[in-house]
Design a protein around this ligand. Structure first.
Ligand code: GLA
Length: 684
């Protein structure tokens, strides 16, 4: 592992922003905080290669030696997310072009087109130069390629590469025309050269075109990553390689499909909510990252899977107990809604342990030391502008001590619910021309996850097609796209005795976003035992009443049972008395359908009912709402994480040794407001 079995702790370290005299102090402070891993060089290209082909490695030599002497390991970055000014000046054709046809200028970061040959060649050259010099440096724990792949471009290079991708994926124009339904609005293509990137159009763009553009960029960026990874690996096959995944609607990266390409799934997470929403998001991101790691490990076992090169064995995620790494997070602030909000004392520790509980192999931060200038000069840091005599640094020291006490924690996260998340469904539900602008696969997944989280059920995120053995309940949150294989995967699960809860629009379209005919939700009508003829999207502030006293938002449907039993009906209005929520026996299993988004309380009740029927119970039955309980198991050993996100003290029944304090717990652990406990459980 990256830190020889210890949990990773540290973050992005940018010595190039500081005079050499600060470096020794950095190492001393890192040691005080028990930092054991830093990412170096992420944005250092112009300091490493100030003019084309002239490398200035002397400062990095010194930094790596200092870190090594201090016992701190390094994830050495390739700096390709920010090409230097000389590169942009020499290769204006490699500057990115927006959908409006505007070419962007140098002056920020990520100002390149990843399909531009000059950019790719320059990126390979600097990566190779770093590999050549440092692949056997004793400080190196591994490589972190690039930073947060996620940019797109509409320049001529991108258009050429897109056409190549289309030829490879569709084979001939007849298939493409069919997949994109180009008979609509006279878009039938007769020559590949007629197809460009989906630039700004007069009116709505073609959904198939938009979807393939996202897929193309996911594959292109993955190719850019893989070519750097391969040359780094060739220089020293024992060093693991990864890149840090960034989350967000704008990111055209299918992280699940990328996961087989990295030796450790690494994720950056910055919550966008300030209240309990930050905790809910943290839990979801942890489950997502672990799901990607599991999916990657499963695919890697499949010799037919593309791009699955040899991986250093010790660093492979194991599908039965997948680990991943929180690569970046903000120490003391949440940046959202136009301002920075302070994380109150203790929250940095709680957020970090929430990730470790869900399988993160440690907690890493952006950034080590706050810079004096540059665009992110006020971003939070472990060493803030105030210096080490600060609340933040004291909490950083306490976090280092806490993580050191948790080194023994390992194993799989206990989960009996599976939540299916699919990047392409998320992209397709973002297209213009849909019946409502509030359709959002990821928000639907978050809503289901919130309900599960508050009820204390352990949840794994799965990708359509993943093995479902051991899960009692599968949730499909507006899983809009379902190819025939996905529909078969769902059918087989329920038929074999699994329990399903699907929300509106799941299975409504195929893999090219073509609507499946015969009534909604196309591919799943038989499993769900329903047929919807019409949908009725709701206005922003509109709610529909439900017969159980709850309300629905966003969406409603004219639903007819076709074998299913009505659980809840719409009450009043156009749909008065019509089914809103249904339940259907299918084979040996049961399938629930939610044709609207219930309010939080009703959603939790429905999830609880589905969970009860499925035999799903909370991880820690005594933990009240707001106290997060996560259990990890390895063989006969288990660890229980209890995180009190409330402002009240709670006592939770548990037995074992509390690792942070060393105290023996016989009956119950007392959690102060905001407090945490990690128990090595006493079994038997
Ligand atoms: C990401 C990037 C960092 C920094 C932070 C700011 O994580 O990787 O370089 O920009 O966001 O939150």
């Amino acid at each position: 592992m990256w830190t020889d079995g210890r949990l990773c702790y540290g973050g992005d370290y940018n010595p190039e922003q500081w005079p050499a005299r600060v470096w020794a102090e950095d190492v001393a402070l890192m040691r005080r905080a028990r930092v054991n891993l830093v990412t170096v060089g992420v944005f250092a290209w112009s300091r490493l290669e100030p003019t084309p082909g002239r490398y200035t490695f002397d400062w990095l030599d010194q930094v790596l030696d200092l870190l090594h002497d201090g016992g701190i390991r390094v994830a050495l970055a390739t700096p390709t997310a920010s090409p230097p000014p000389w590169f942009s000046a020499a290769h204006p054709d490699a500057l990115p072009v927006t959908a409006d046809g505007i070419r962007l200028h140098h002056g920020s970061r990520d100002t390149y087109c990843a399909a531009a040959p000059a950019y790719r060649a320059a990126a390979r050259r600097i990566a190779a130069a770093l590999a050549d010099r440092y692949a056997h440096h004793p400080a190196l724990a591994g490589w972190r390629v690039h930073n947060e792949y996620g940019t797109t471009c509409h320049c001529p290079h991108a258009a050429t590469a897109f056409r190549r991708w289309l030829v490879a994926h569709h084979g001939d124009l007849a298939s493409l025309n069919d997949a994109w339904v180009t008979s609509f609005w006279s878009q039938h293509y007769t020559d590949w050269a007629q197809i460009g990137t989906p630039r700004a159009t007069q009116y709505l763009a073609n959904p198939g075109h938009l979807l393939d553009f996202r897929r193309f960029w996911s594959d292109t960026l993955r190719g850019a990553y893989a070519e750097q990874r391969d040359l780094l690996r060739a220089a020293n096959p024992r060093l693991p390689v990864t890149t840090n995944f960034v989350l967000g609607d704008w990111v055209p990266v299918d992280h699940a499909r990328w996961a087989a390409e990295v030796d450790l799934v690494a994720v950056d997470h910055y919550p966008s909510a300030v209240d309990i929403g930050a905790e809910e998001q943290t839990a979801l991101v942890g489950d997502l990252a672990r799901g990607w790691a599991r999916h990657g490990a499963t695919r890697r076992r499949d010799p037919a899977a593309p791009g699955t090169g040899p991986t250093p064995a010790a660093d492979r995620a194991d599908a039965s107990a997948p680990v991943w790494l929180l690569m970046e997070s903000a120490p003391n602030q949440i940046h959202t809604a136009g301002r920075m909000h302070t994380k109150e004392p203790g929250r940095m520790l709680r957020h970090s342990l929430a990730h470790v509980a869900r399988g993160s192999h440690g907690a890493m931060f952006f950034q080590w030391r706050a810079p004096t200038g540059g665009a992110e000069r006020f971003h939070s840091a472990l060493v803030p502008h105030a210096g080490p005599d600060s609340r933040v640094f004291r909490e950083a020291v306490a976090l280092g001590a806490a993580l050191a006490r948790l080194a023994e924690v390992r194993g799989a996260v206990e989960a009996s619910v599976a939540l299916a998340v699919d990047a392409a469904s998320g992209w397709a539900l973002r297209h213009p021309g849909l019946p409502s602008r509030h359709l959002d696969h990821h928000e639907e997944a978050a809503a289901a996850h919130r309900g599960l989280w508050h009820a204390g059920y352990g949840c794994d995120v799965v990708v359509p097609g993943d093995p479902l053995d051991g899960y009692r309940l599968l949730v499909l949150p507006a899983l809009y796209l379902a190819d025939d294989a996905t529909a078969g995967w769902i059918r087989a699960y329920v038929h074999g005795g699994g329990h399903l809860l699907a929300t509106y629009l799941s299975g409504a379209a195929d893999e090219h976003a073509r609507v499946r005919l015969g009534g909604y939700p196309g591919a799943l009508r038989d499993v769900l035992g329903v047929r919807a003829e019409e949908f009725h999207p709701l206005a922003d502030d509109e709610q529909v009443d439900l017969s159980d006293g709850g309300t629905g938002r966003i969406w409603a449907e004219t639903l007819r049972p076709a074998g299913a039993q009505v659980v809840t009906a719409y009450a009043g209005g156009l749909l008065d008395g019509a089914p809103a929520v249904t339940r259907h026996r299918y084979g040996a299993g049961t399938a629930w359908y939610l044709s609207t988004r219930p309010d939080e309380h009703t959603y939790r009740r429905l999830l609880a009912a589905a969970a009860r029927t499925a035999g799903v119970g909370p991880v820690c039955p005594g933990a009240p709402d707001g106290v997060e309980a996560v259990r990890r198991r390895a063989g006969h050993r288990s660890w229980l994480f209890l995180l009190n996100h409330t402002d009240r003290e709670h006592r939770v029944a548990a037995r074992g040794v509390e690792l942070l304090t060393g105290a023996c717990v016989d009956e119950a652990v007392t959690l102060p407001p905001g407090g945490v406990a990690v128990l090595r459980e006493q079994t038997g």
